[in-house]
Write a protein that binds this ligand. Sequence first.
Ligand SMILES: Cc1ncc(COP(=O)(O)O)c(C=O)c1O
Length: 380
Amino acid sequence: MFEKDTICVHPTRCKKTAYGAVATPIFQSATFAHEGLDKDSEFSYSRLQNPTRAALEARVAELEDGVDAIAFSSGMAAETTLMNLFESQGHIIAGDDLYGGTLRLFRHISTPAGLRFDFTDMSSPENIRQKLRPDTKAVYVETPSNPTMQVTDIAAVADIVHSVGGLLIVDNTFLSPLFQRPLELGADIVVHSGTKYLGGHNDTLAGFLVVKDQEIAEKLRFHAKTVGAGLAPFDCFLLERGIKTLAVRLEKQAANAEKIAHWLRRRPEVRKVYYIGFQDHPGYEITKRQCSGFGGMLSMEVDSPETARRVLKEVKLFQYAESLGGVDSLITYPMCQTHADVPEDERNRRGINDRFLRISVGIENADDLIEDLRQALENK
Ligand SMILES: Cc1ncc(COP(=O)(O)O)c(C=O)c1O
């Protein structure tokens, strides 16, 4: 069996392409003709399946060690489709530090539709145990969480939710299957915003659901073909191209992030750095056990709102933009962007205030990135 960095380039589950094409061709066709009345071809209609999408899904399923992966037009499309799996009145325990769009979905769409949510700090399995009910259908975790980088012990939480027959869903966007494989650790469903590390170039949106149980895969495929938010063939091509370089990008991003995190920690303008690679991070031991890298994400709290605004204004290489995981380094102001819909008191409780910035480290030279941050922090 090959290592995952080889699978990024040479998945073993993908079929041979026509004419020996090294890149999967873009099958830009909405529909597929059948050979005859009783001779259906493999594909019929692209909302259900398309050859370019099938090849991408096989690659992602193999990377996450799932039986199946379904590609969607965005991470949110994947999550919205996933929620259809749960019947009205179903109880779900979700992390209280999730991507803001996920919280918006749960609070403003899924709750009015009849699902019941309890939100809690997922870094303590005990919190989850306390919220668990006999009718708990799922636990929904982001680890590390967005944006305060809390770490959840996936195996421990899997045991807890399985004790009542529920599912563990893990959003693996921040670390990618190269650094963390939740299905191996006991999770049932993995969610990805493929827009981030998998795509890797800030040029397309995508989302994935990956599962390890065939029955759940079939249910999700039923919902996917009904909702009709499958990833378009050209975007599948971009995702495949991105995944081929995932290993080298991630290695550089993680090395850059480590250097920047340690440098930021020594700056007088920086009060706190949130980075899972610090030995004194509360989740460090769990991360060492369940992940093979610390990733390219970090957040920081600076000394004043003025400093936060100055950094956003003065950076030259970093760009003030939403999103993460791509080759270009980005800085996000979660209070105004990714988490703008989270009520202010809740945001403040979680430390997402007007001094809080999230950094997605790209593949540029680490010293150039540090110099960029230095001039922005010092520029008075
Ligand atoms: C952790 C995480 N999950 C899901 C999403 C939603 O993905 P998308 O923007 O591709 O819809 C995001 C978006 O930022 C995210 O950061």
